[in-house]
Design a protein around this ligand. Structure first.
Ligand code: TRP
Length: 433
């Protein structure tokens, strides 16, 4: 059984607030702990560049979001947690997908269309102040998803259109170049509440009504004291309906606790007292994570190291996959280009193979052996089998480029032998594509 792959991106354009926690971080961290799932979480910092041109803010937000997810229990051992811009195959794939996506499709993307509609309504040029990043947003997102062939993408309603576009990109690429991509599906979290903010509207940075997830205790208390309530006096029964305070409490409390507050409302609890209850309830859940957050945020090296490890894990997938995609679209070494273009996978190269072995000297080696048992390529000694294995992978993925880069570690080849090996590597890659 193949585990279901989930993938979620978080744009690094702000400071996480309680609404993000309840709506995204908490359910996602829980979901990542389920058996039989493979989860990919990444910091969508290329996406952030579309809206933000302040470098320090991008960096700060990346730090805060990474620290928040880790503090809330995301386990980087268990999931693949990485930063989008550490995976250069993603922008490369973006270009491939750009070339199979109709411009008309992107004209209809909600975010771009909203900007155009706003300009049109203001009698301005339809594309005034619209950068091409906004226009291309869905393609970059498609590359995020297809790079790892995610099956399911948990998103809010506003993102469903993007997932549908990613499906279309997968299908049109597959149609042209063979079955490379799994068309992804959106998972809409209906059960997850949207949290009201301080003023009762949806908690959102754009309304300036948020409560930062890791505000210090005193600030949290102050902010909660500022939640909008009606003017009913202590002793007067209160309405739970439409009470932001009640809804926020409910997002943190058990059934029984919620029931108790409902009763207290009916009994005329004073607003000040209700706010104290809410503060204590939230703080009980957040306080231990706040300590973890503080420790992380003051130790950016640790977060950086975690992200680097995550990127290495991600690239173990993205690099060889991108190698196959380059082959598939025809971005290939010219060596072997005179071969019959209709040749199928059963070329002689398909029977060439890498052999890895250990010599009596205790060192590790590999060689590329042709169909007749002839040695086409011979490595020098490696102290560890892992490094030898990595070099083989590099040759498989990058062909001639790796052959040149690794020249110092290989027995020398003359020009003709070099060309023959490069052609064999290209054929092997094509046969595996
Ligand atoms: N667009 C998403 C948002 O604003 C963030 C994102 C970028 C994303 N790439 C993604 C989400 C890929 C899911 C999958 O919320």
């Amino acid at each position: 059984m193949h585990p279901t792959r989930f993938l979620t991106g978080i744009t690094t354009s702000g400071t996480p607030h309680l609404g993000n926690y309840v709506g995204s971080i908490r359910p996602s961290v829980r979901a990542s702990q389920a058996p039989d799932v493979e989860s990919y979480y990444f910091l969508a910092d290329y996406h952030a560049l579309i809206k933000i041109d302040e470098p320090a803010r991008i960096q700060r937000s990346t730090l805060e979001i990474a620290a928040s997810w880790l503090a809330c229990g995301l386990d980087p051992q268990r999931v693949v947690f990485y930063r989008q811009s550490d995976v250069p195959e993603i922008p490369e794939l973006t270009w491939f997908l750009t070339c199979v996506t109709g411009k008309g499709v992107l004209n209809r993307a909600h975010a771009y269309k909203a900007a155009v509609d706003k300009n049109t309504a203001a009698n301005a040029d339809p594309d005034a102040d619209v950068n091409v990043g906004l226009f291309m947003y869905p393609v970059l997102m498609g590359a995020d998803i297809l790079m790892f062939n995610a099956h399911k993408v948990p998103v809010g309603r506003d993102q469903v259109q993007h997932i549908e576009m990613a499906r279309d990109m997968a299908n049109s690429f597959n149609h042209r170049y063979g079955e490379h991509f799994v068309p992804p599906q959106a998972v809409i979290e209906e059960s997850v509440a949207t949290l009201p903010g301080l003023d009762g509207r949806k908690m959102s940075k754009s309304y300036d009504n948020t409560i930062p997830l890791f505000a210090p205790r005193e600030q949290l208390k102050k902010l909660i004291a500022g939640i909008k309530t009606d003017s009913r006096a202590p002793g007067e029964a209160k309405d739970t309906e439409g009470s932001a305070l009640f809804q926020i409490y409910q997002a943190f409390a058990s059934e029984a606790e919620t029931q108790a507050l409902r009763q207290a409302y009916a009994n005329g609890i004073a607003w000040g007292e209700a706010k104290d209850l809410l503060f204590e309830r939230i703080d009980r859940e957040i306080a231990p994570m706040r300590d973890a957050y503080e420790a992380l945020i003051h130790n950016p090296e640790r977060i950086e190291a975690i992200l680097q490890k995550g990127a290495a894990k991600a690239r173990q997938i993205s690099m060889p996959f991108m190698g196959r995609l380059r082959q598939a679209v025809g971005l290939r070494s010219l060596v072997g280009a005179t071969a019959d273009v209709t040749r199928t996978k059963t070329s002689k190269a398909a029977v060439a193979a890498f052999k890895q072995y250990r010599e009596k000297d205790g060192q590790f080696y590999f060689k590329l052996v042709g169909a007749q048992g002839d040695v086409l390529l011979q490595s020098r000694a490696y102290a560890s089998p892992q490094v030898a294995g990595q070099r083989i992978a590099q040759l498989q993925q990058q062909g001639d480029t790796a052959l040149r880069a690794l020249a110092n570690e290989l027995e020398p080849l003359d020009a003709a032998a070099h060309a023959a090996v490069a052609a064999t590597l290209a054929d092997m890659a094509a046969a595996n594509a």
